[in-house]
Design a protein around this ligand. Sequence first.
Ligand code: HEM
Length: 164
Amino acid sequence: MTATPAFPRADLIEASLELFAERCGDPTALVYSHLFTLYPQMEAHFWRDTNGAIRGEMLSRTFDAILDFVGERRYADHMIGTEMVTHEGYDIPREIFATFFSVIRDAMREALGPDWSEELDSAWRDLLIEIDHFVGVTPRTDVSNPYFQQLLAEFEAKGPVRTA
Ligand code: HEM
């Protein structure tokens, strides 16, 4: 961890993830059972994942992203945006995408039982709010804006789309 982590209570988030791994070994099954209880329709989206490898990879990359986001924040803030757009290609609505972070928190809360403290709860609540900020500022690909409306109008009129 860096001397000044991007998220002030990074140590609590790191400790909770370590404890989660200690308690569960492999938390994949627990996390995805929370995800599919919340959104049963999402299970079918993993149709390519015949042996669980994609699920495991997605979870481990999300853990890495959380650690980077709270610590050095070298890439995770950008990754949230790029993965959100990539997931549109898997038909995962962006409104649903970021809830995976709270699904992890919920699974962890269950696994930690009495060790889930008020302090951890508050750190995770604030972390989810901060992540949500990066979700909200990612431009949508499915909603038009005046910039693209003008380019589209030029394209449809067979005019110059790029002048600069
Ligand atoms: C409820 C929210 C989410 C759902 C339902 C979901 C669903 C999926 C699905 C269906 C795939 C497999 C695509 C395929 O067939 O190849 C996938 C892959 C992936 N997801 Fe998610 N996702 C969610 C949230 C996230 C989040 C928050 C992250 C990380 C920030 C993430 C990171 C990844 C990565 C890295 C892969 C590629 C795994 C690989 O290398 O195979 N996902 N996701």
